[in-house]
Design a protein around this ligand. Structure first.
Ligand code: NAD
Length: 479
């Protein structure tokens, strides 16, 4: 198909609505409640000027609030030239459903600034970010109990630290000011494990999927993640961490990486760390020496592999290429990488799609932990860790005493002792909480997928679970 067919595709916002509508058609919601859940409550557009390089530059930003059935509302802030109201509203709606699915007690929101961050120096980006944060904070669109942003495409720890500091300056007596934004660096009120959380969540999601042989068979696959061929689009925060953990810890082979300037392919497996370093040094994958370069990167979405991980941006699998995508399993690390039209083509083909709403929920899950940490003003593990270690030591000493007294000849291996005696610190607790969340959410979603004849895909199942929870929350408010 040509670009012509893409023109007929719904927008990102419409795609989310189509998927929502498909799910609610299978539910018994009153039309009023259905409409209340679907609509975006409010979208704020701001234009502000910043004096830079001797001239005033005007920037346009958005903060959209989709649903306030729980507050604060939560959702990232994206920096990209493609940011627009339609996109921000679609992403805000996805946040509502995502939070409900992973039981993070938030409504859905999203923000964005039309900017190419690569065009600006660090000190200029700081000025722009602080001004944007000021505009949002003065309208309570950044607020610990009302609206809590996080990183997204084009933003990271650095921007979140500026936003937190800006909020502090405007609210000098707010003891909970640090909870106004998540994804901050650990030395500025953040939490261990947040940077890699979304990629780690993608890994945990796949691990859980492969624990269910029936689900694996539905994708025409078998076995474990070990040796599975993976193509990743976007080696940014999410894509890099997912690829690194899957290759380094689960034995998967990263056979293709797609970036802005093309793709690289090596069916023997790419060295993720080396590729990442190359991109950082050269700004792209072109000329990477150890692999075949493909100038039209999007073509590699169609490469022969077991698992395709789109981790860059929305709408990359569309009516124009869906029928050529060979991967039997797609995990949507990015938000909205598969259009509604492509979703239908892939469903008919039998491709299993682990949907964005679940697949990339690791970020908001650990953001939730960070927010709780900020409100409780204490690091996870600080109270219990040594006590846990002391109790473990008691058992080890008792075993060693029994062995000696009864002449049993037991010796505990030093490796076991060292691992068993170590109490859980913040990072271990964050990983444990994230793993638990990803397992439980998968099971809730997959149960609906397996149990209902009228549900043929995980996305519809995820929507059913999420919408049901949002509806219950509205009903409890008397709506
Ligand atoms: P990022 O900016 O760190 O990385 C994006 C990567 O995609 C970059 O390496 C960029 O060069 C690449 N890219 C951009 N345009 C491309 C194109 N046309 N073709 C190929 N590659 C391209 O962003 P991120 O934080 O990793 O976010 C990626 C996706 O994951 C987005 O859809 C975002 O909404 C979603 N997401 C991110 C988080 C998070 O915690 N950061 C959480 C949930 C969802």
């Amino acid at each position: 198909m040509t670009d012509q067919s893409r023109l007929k595709e719904p927008s990102f916002r419409e795609s989310v609505d189509i998927m929502f509508n498909r799910a609610v058609a299978l539910m018994d919601l009153s039309p009023g409640l259905e409409e209340k859940i679907r609509v975006c409550n409010a979208t704020y557009t701001v234009r502000f000027g910043v004096r830079l390089r001797g001239a005033i530059h005007t920037f346009t930003g958005y903060r959209s609030v989709h649903s306030e059935h729980m507050e604060p509302v939560k959702g990232g802030i994206r920096y990209a030239m493609s940011v627009n109201q339609n996109e921000v509203e679609a992403l805000a709606a996805l946040m509502t459903y995502k939070c409900a699915l992973v039981e993070a007690p938030f409504g859905g929101s999203k923000g964005g600034l039309c900017i190419d961050p690569r065009e600006w120096e660090e000190h200029e980006l700081e000025q722009i970010t602080r001004r944007f944060a000021y505009e949002l904070a003065k309208r309570d669109l950044i607020h610990p109990s009302q609206n809590v942003p996080a990183p997204d495409m084009g933003t990271g720890e650095r921007e979140m630290a500026w936003i937190a500091d800006q909020y502090h300056r405007m609210n000098t007596t707010d003891i909970n000011a640090n909870a106004c934004v998540t994804g901050k660096p650990p030395h500025a009120g953040g939490i261990q494990g947040r940077v890699e959380a979304t990629g780690r969540g993608v890994q945990y999601a796949l691990q859980e999927f492969f624990r269910h042989p029936g689900d694996v068979a539905a994708a025409g696959l078998s076995g474990t993640l070990d040796g599975k061929r993976v193509v990743v689009q976007g080696l940014g925060n999410v894509g890099y961490h997912a690829a690194k953990f899957l290759a380094g810890e689960d034995g998967a082979k990263i056979v293709g990486v797609i970036e802005r300037d093309g793709a690289i392919v090596d069916d023997g497996g790419l060295d993720v760390e080396a590729v990442r370093k190359w991109i950082a040094a050269h700004g792209g994958v072109a000329d990477y020496p150890e692999a075949t370069h493909v100038a039209d990167g999007a073509k590699v979405l169609e490469h022969e592999c077991d698992i395709l991980i789109p981790a860059a941006l929305e709408g990359v699998i569309h009516l124009g290429n869906a029928d050529r995508v060979k991967a039997p399993l797609i995990i949507e690390a990015a938000n909205g990488p598969v259009t509604a039209g492509a979703d239908e083509v892939l469903r008919k083909k039998g491709t299993v799609i682990i949907p964005d709403m679940y697949a990339n929920a690791g970020g908001v899950t650990v953001s939730y932990f960070e927010w709780v940490k900020n409100l409780s003003h204490i690091r996870f593990g600080r109270m219990g860790r040594r006590q846990e270690e002391a109790r473990h030591l008691l058992i080890v000493m008792e075993l060693e005493r029994l062995s000696k007294d009864k002449e049993l000849g037991w010796t505990l291996s030093p490796h076991f002792k060292e691992k068993y005696l170590k109490g859980a610190g913040e990072l271990e607790l964050v990983r444990s909480g994230l793993d638990d969340t990803m397992r439980i959410a998968y099971q809730a979603m997959a149960e609906v997928w397996r149990a209902r004849d009228d549900v043929s895909d995980l996305r519809t199942a995820a929507y059913l679970v999420a919408i049901d929870r949002v509806a219950a929350s509205y009903r409890a408010k008397g709506l």
